[in-house]
Design a protein around this ligand. Structure first.
Ligand SMILES: Cc1cn([C@H]2C[C@H](O)[C@@H](COP(=O)(O)OP(=O)(O)OP(=O)(O)O)O2)c(=O)[nH]c1=O
Length: 193
């Protein structure tokens, strides 16, 4: 019968989140340009990239893709280019509330289902020592906004509103509902709301 889904992502976090739901999958990363367009809003950006990733992969099973950014003051924070970029990002996030937006898309049988999920995260004030110590762990580089909530940077969080998994990279509750709609349903969920 083959796997339940195809995951169009190189992110180990996304693979783990979907595996934790009990889904089996083929992994076929989609390599697309992730540069925001001039003036592009964060929610439009993540929606566009998630759809592009899902459509870039062809597979007989539903193709799941996502894109995550951190946004604050109208700025899109992707993965830091270098340490100076990371320091700039953490300065913007320190002691304040930012939004983590994940665009998701499921391509199947010529149809595309997609959406954007937002989680609000409030950080404590970050000291220079905290920012340097976290950089030294090496965890900042491949993460939107320069932090991973699931690791040592979890201690920076004062409060969170929304889906925690969405911050890690996939809004699993919403994705599960969308998968049920395309016929993947290992959970016995009905389509009733
Ligand atoms: C904010 C935050 C981001 N992240 C990660 C999730 C994503 O992997 C990454 C954002 O980059 P993305 O471009 O969304 O994903 P990716 O490049 O890792 O994988 P692909 O494009 O193939 O799907 O940041 C965390 O792991 N924890 C966090 O708290």
């Amino acid at each position: 019968m083959g796997p339940d889904i195809c995951l169009a992502s190189q992110s180990p976090r996304r693979r783990e989140l979907l595996a934790a739901l009990g889904l089996s999958m083929d992994v076929v990363p989609a390599d697309i340009d992730e540069t925001p367009w001039d003036g592009e809003l964060a929610q439009d950006h993540v929606a566009r990239l998630a759809r592009a990733k899902a459509m870039a992969v062809s597979h007989s099973r539903p193709v799941v893709a996502a894109d995550t950014v951190v946004t604050i003051d109208g700025q899109i924070l992707g993965k830091p280019a270098d340490q100076a970029d990371y320091v700039r990002m953490t300065a913007a996030l320190s002691g304040r509330t930012h939004q983590v937006m994940t665009g998701w898309a499921i391509a199947h049988a010529g149809q595309l289902h997609s959406g954007v999920e937002t989680t609000a995260v409030t950080f404590s004030v970050l000291t220079d020592a905290m920012v340097q110590a976290y950089w030294d762990t090496g965890e900042a580089v491949d993460k939107a906004g320069g932090y991973g909530i699931q690791g040592p940077a979890g201690v920076w969080v004062r409060s969170l509103a929304g889906d925690y998994n969405n911050v890690v990279g996939l809004p699993t509750a919403v994705i599960a509902r969308a998968l049920v709609a395309v016929g993947v349903n290992p959970w016995g969920l009905s389509n009733a709301r």
